[in-house]
Design a protein around this ligand. Structure first.
Ligand code: GLN
Length: 191
């Protein structure tokens, strides 16, 4: 198994470290040539969705990655990665890869005071720690997207086929359970 980590901006190193801990080989996607290598799953890290979206276009990664995800490539987006995958962003005119049937709210907890830590139930995993950093939440899932976790009545994780998103940052925790879930999705890729 080979996991590609989008490494244009944001918290990509933490995902790579998590994969290393789990003994899973990974490499970084930084430019067009990198996606010529074979990979089984893609992680889109937290950071700034606007910056990552702009760089994806400038580096001509946008369309090929969008096509791969639409064709079933397993993808895991955290925080800004969630925004990049959302079909709708309620408080932003922009959308990006737009492959997932979710309506997200950007900086949903406020810009300055929006960072916090909590614990909540995650479907099929149980209680896990969750760190939110200027996070979005999911206002609505539709079609075949399903909510996997909620905090204060807001959806903070969802899955649709081979796509998984979290509003929080599982790569910052000791618990590797959400990454394990993603790797399991990669291994059992749905057609
Ligand atoms: N606020 C960021 C955005 O809008 C997301 C924050 C994060 O990824 N930690 O893209």
């Amino acid at each position: 198994m080979q996991i590609a980590v989008l490494a244009l901006q944001g918290a990509f190193i933490e995902h790579e470290q998590m994969l290393q801990r789990l003994g899973v080989p990974s490499f970084e996607i930084r430019n067009r040539e990198d996606i010529e290598k074979p990979f089984d799953g893609l992680i889109i890290p937290g950071g700034e969705s606007t910056v990552q979206g702009k760089l994806l276009r400038e580096l001509e990664l946008f369309e090929p990655l969008q096509e791969m995800i639409a064709a079933g490539l397993p993808v895991f987006g955290t925080c800004a990665g969630l925004l990049l995958l959302a079909k709708e962003i309620r408080n932003d005119d922009r959308t990006y890869l737009a492959t997932m049937n979710i309506t997200a709210v950007r900086n949903a907890y406020g810009r300055q005071l929006g960072s916090f830590h909590t614990e909540a139930e995650f479907a099929e995993i149980g209680l896990i720690p969750m760190t939110f950093i200027r996070a979005p939440y999911i206002e609505r899932v539709f079609g075949d997207a399903k909510a996997l976790a909620t905090v204060d009545d807001h959806i903070v994780a969802a899955r649709q086929g081979n796509q998984l998103v979290c509003a929080f940052h599982p790569e910052l925790e000791d618990s590797a359970s959400v990454h394990r879930l993603f790797l399991n999705m990669v291994q059992n890729r749905q057609v």
